[in-house]
Design a protein around this ligand. Structure first.
Ligand code: HEM
Length: 491
C-alpha cells in the first residue's frame, strides 16, 4: 500500500466525479436536501452546509498595505561575479540560476482598486535559493517617505482613505507630511511622472533600504539594490491614466499576464551600489537614511545579474494572496543594516503574515523554502507538515541533526547609550532640490501643477500651505516661489 502521508491535496488527485471535502461522492450538486419538493431544507444536508461554509470563508484578510498586486514566476541569473563581496550561494558565479516569484503591487488602496492611481509600486522578489529563501522586498522608487519605522503606521493612516468618508484626501496627507520634511525626496518621485507607471513591466525597482553583503572572510559592505528594466521606463500622464484605468482597472495585471503568455518575457537587470562601512562618515548625508539616494557618480552602479519572468502563476489565491514576503528573510552572505526603517520592517512583515495567513504561513507551498529544512518549531493552526520524528527538542544524543556552518555577521562594535532620537545628518532638502532641478522644464511644470492641485484642497489651511512652500523653497528657491505665486500665498 502506498504511503498515504505522501498525498497532498492538489488538482492532480482530482476524481472524475464531485465529492465533499472528505471525499464522499456527491450525486446531486444542484438541489438541496428538502422535505418534499418545496422544503424546508434539512440541517442534515451536510453537503450544502459544507459548500456554504467554505464559500462564507473564502476571503482572507487583505494585506494591510500593498493589497492590490500581480505576481509571476521566473529565474534570476548571475551575470557578473560578486563573490568577493558576498558568500551568498546563489550569487556564487556567473551563470548560476535561481527560481523566483515576483509580486508587483500598488500600496494604499484595496485588493480590487485601479492600477492607475498615483502611488508607489511594490517590487518584491522571492529567491528560492539552495540556502533557503531570500526576500528582496522593494519598491519602484529608491527612497521612502520617513526614516523611522515608528512613523509608519501613522503615515499609512494619513495616506489611506479618511476613516469617516473612506476617501483618500489630500488635506490629511499634506497635514501629516508637513511635519516630516524628510518626505520631500520621496515626493519628488510620487508627484513626478513616475508616480503612475505605465504598467509593471516598464518600471524600475529598488531594494530601497541599505543591506549588508558579507564575504567569506567576514568583510562587510553596505549595499543598495537596483532593478533596471530592459525596456524603457514608461509612465502614464493624468489623461492617459484616466483612459487606461477607466477602460480596465486591472490593466497592469493584464499586461503582465498577457505579455508572459505571449512569450514577451519581462526582464530586469540587477545592479548594486556599495559603500565600505569604514567610509560611512565621509558623506554629508547618512548612508543608512532611507530618504537618501547614494550619488551614482561617486558610487557607480555595478551589474550583478538579470531577472526574467517567463511563467504565469497557476492560481491567484495560492500564488498571490498567500504569497508572503519579509525583509528579515535573508541568506548567509546578505544581512540587514542598522537602517532604522529596515530594522522595523524586519519585525513587522512576519508579524503581519502570522495574522493574515496564520502561524504556519511558511509551510504554504509558495512560501516554503525549496531547500531541505528542519527545526523543532511544530504544531499550531493549520500545520500540514507530516512529521515522524520522536525527538522534538534540542540538544539530544538521539538526534543527529547538527548546527549549520557559522553564518558571518557584520563585525560592528556598538558603544552608545539607549535613546529615542533623530539622526545627526538629516539633510532633508539637498537631494529633493537636485532632483527637481534635473527635470526638463515641462516635467517641472507637471510637478508644480500636481502640487498646486494638492495644496488647493479647500481643507488645507494657509498654515499648512506655508509650511509646504517653505519646505520646497529650501529644496529649490524657484520652486517655492512658483508655488507661492500660483497659490497666492505670502510666506
Ligand atoms: C517601517 C516601514 C514599513 C513597514 C512597517 C512595512 C510593513 C508592511 C506590511 C505589514 C506589509 C504587508 C505584508 C503582507 O501582509 O503580506 C507590507 C507590504 C509591503 N511592503 Fe512594506 N513596510 C514598510 C516599509 C516599506 C518599504 C521601505 C518598502 C520598500 C522598500 C516596502 C515595500 C513593501 C512591499 C513591496 C510590500 C508588498 C509585498 C507583497 O507583494 O506581498 N515597505 N509592508
Amino acid at each position: 500500500m502506498a504511503d498515504l502521508s505522501k498525498y497532498r491535496p492538489s488538482s492532480s488527485y482530482n476524481s472524475p466525479y464531485w465529492t465533499t471535502n472528505s471525499g464522499a461522492p456527491v450525486w446531486n450538486n444542484n438541489n438541496s436536501l428538502t422535505v418534499g419538493q418545496r422544503g424546508p431544507i434539512l440541517l442534515e444536508d451536510y453537503q450544502l452546509v459544507e459548500k456554504l461554509a467554505n464559500f462564507d470563508r473564502e476571503r482572507i484578510p487583505e494585506r494591510v498595505v500593498h493589497a492590490r498586486g500581480a505576481s509571476a514566476k521566473g529565474f534570476f541569473e548571475v551575470t557578473h561575479d560578486i563573490s568577493h563581496l558576498t558568500s551568498a550561494d546563489f550569487l556564487r558565479a556567473p551563470g548560476e540560476q535561481t527560481p523566483v516569484i515576483v509580486r508587483f503591487s500598488t500600496v494604499i488602496h484595496e485588493r480590487g482598486s485601479p492600477e492607475t492611481l498615483r502611488d508607489p509600486r511594490g517590487f518584491a522578489v522571492k529567491f528560492y535559493t539552495r540556502e533557503g529563501n531570500f526576500d528582496l522586498v522593494g519598491n519602484n522608487f529608491p527612497v521612502f517617505f520617513v526614516r523611522d519605522g515608528m512613523k509608519f503606521p501613522d503615515m499609512v493612516h494619513a495616506l489611506k482613505p479618511n476613516p469617516k468618508s473612506h476617501i483618500q484626501e489630500d488635506w490629511r496627507i499634506l497635514d501629516f507630511f508637513s511635519h516630516h520634511p524628510e518626505s520631500l525626496h520621496m515626493f519628488t518621485f510620487l508627484f513626478d511622472d513616475v508616480g503612475v507607471p505605465q504598467d509593471y513591466r516598464h518600471m524600475e525597482g529598488f531594494g530601497v533600504n541599505t543591506y549588508t553583503l558579507i564575504n567569506k572572510e567576514g568583510k562587510a559592505h553596505y549595499v543598495k539594490f537596483h532593478w533596471k528594466p530592459t525596456v524603457e521606463v514608461k509612465n502614464l500622464l493624468e489623461d492617459e491614466a484616466i483612459k487606461v484605468g477607466g477602460a480596465n482597472h486591472s490593466h497592469a495585471t493584464q499586461d503582465l499576464f498577457d505579455s508572459i503568455g505571449a512569450g514577451t518575457f519581462p526582464e530586469w537587470k540587477l545592479f548594486i551600489q556599495i559603500i565600505d562601512p569604514d567610509h560611512e562618515d565621509k558623506f554629508d548625508f547618512d548612508p543608512l537614511d532611507v530618504t537618501k539616494t547614494w550619488p551614482e557618480d561617486i558610487l557607480p552602479l555595478q551589474p550583478v545579474g538579470r531577472l526574467v519572468l517567463n511563467k504565469n502563476i497557476d492560481n491567484f489565491f495560492a500564488e498571490n494572496e498567500q504569497l508572503a514576503f519579509c525583509p528579515a528573510i535573508v541568506v548567509p552572505g546578505i544581512y540587514y543594516s542598522d537602517d532604522k526603517l529596515l530594522q522595523t520592517r524586519i519585525f513587522s512583515y512576519a508579524d503581519s503574515q502570522r495574522h493574515r495567513l496564520g502561524p504556519n504561513y511558511l509551510q504554504l507551498p509558495v512560501n516554503a523554502p525549496k531547500s531541505a529544512h528542519h527545526n523543532n518549531h511544530h504544531e499550531g493552526f493549520m500545520n500540514f507538515m507530516h512529521r515522524d520524528e520522536e525527538i522534538n527538542y534540542f540538544p539530544s544524543r538521539y538526534d543527529p541533526v547538527r548546527h549549520a556552518e557559522p553564518v558571518p555577521l557584520p563585525p560592528t562594535y556598538f558603544n552608545a547609550k539607549r535613546d529615542r532620537t533623530i539622526i545627526e545628518k538629516e539633510n532633508n532638502f539637498q537631494q529633493p532640490g537636485e532632483r527637481y532641478r534635473s527635470f526638463a522644464p515641462e516635467r517641472q511644470e507637471r510637478f508644480i501643477k500636481r502640487w498646486v492641485a494638492a495644496l488647493s484642497d479647500p481643507r488645507v489651511t494657509d498654515e499648512i500651505r506655508s509650511i509646504w512652500i517653505t519646505n520646497w523653497s529650501q529644496a529649490d528657491k524657484s520652486l517655492g516661489q512658483e508655488l507661492a505665486s500660483r497659490l497666492n500665498i505670502k510666506v
